[in-house]
Write a protein that binds this ligand. Structure first.
Ligand code: FE2
Ligand code: FE2
Length: 200
């Protein structure tokens, strides 16, 4: 598999400074979480680093990629351009970085919404992405608590983050993707007895 050192300079050229530093931070958090789970650490690093590789593309360029690679978007994705960078990113990972690994591709593709039956790799990317965003907003104590729980209870933290993101979307009257609802429902069933021990 490709060396991380080869990815970074190319990625840096494709992204704004802030976005690139978000990708580096996501990688750092994801790698930290990966140490505590049975998951391929190299795949985690690559998926985390590349998860937003298509986020700074213009709508026009994204549309070109969608056409060129015949990316199939569902009805909600078609109307929500904020969700395009996942599927387009997984194609760019292959085209620009030679990452053809399917597990990495899917982790990039669904990183904004998650999905039911998500793998540990996919949950780690989903959690690390949000944790970096959250780090700047949380006080240090509650951020550390989130991080400490995430190393033993990835499902609990994944569930919380789905809720946080849904609440944000509700606030701006946005559309919630059904994949997120299905991922959340699955975790509600899976975690039902455990949840009471972990209040947000
Ligand atoms: Fe993203
Ligand atoms: Fe991100």
């Amino acid at each position: 598999m490709i060396d991380i050192a080869q990815i970074e300079p190319k990625l840096k050229e494709m992204l704004s400074e802030n976005r690139y530093s978000h990708c580096l931070n996501t990688q750092k958090i994801a790698s930290f979480l990966a140490q505590h789970y049975v998951v391929n650490p190299q795949k985690v690093r690559i998926a985390a680093l590349l998860h937003d590789c298509a986020k700074d593309l213009s709508v026009e360029l994204s549309e070109n990629y969608i056409r060129k690679y015949a990316i199939i978007l569902d009805e909600i994705e078609k109307n929500e351009s904020r969700l395009w960078h996942g599927p387009v990113g997984s194609v760019l990972a292959k085209e620009k970085f030679g990452i053809a690994d399917e597990e990495i591709g899917r982790a990039i593709r669904i990183h904004s919404t998650l999905d039911k039956n998500a793998s540990t790799l996919e949950k780690i990317i989903y959690v690390a992405d949000y944790m970096d965003y959250r780090e700047s907003k949380e006080d240090e104590q509650s951020y550390e608590r989130l991080k400490n729980i995430a190393i033993t209870e990835l499902d609990i933290v994944t569930f919380w983050i789905i809720n946080f993101k849904m609440l944000d979307i509700l606030k701006y009257h946005g559309v919630i993707h059904p994949r997120s609802i299905e991922a959340r429902n699955e975790l509600v069933h899976k975690l039902k007895d455990k949840m009471k021990y972990y209040d947000i």
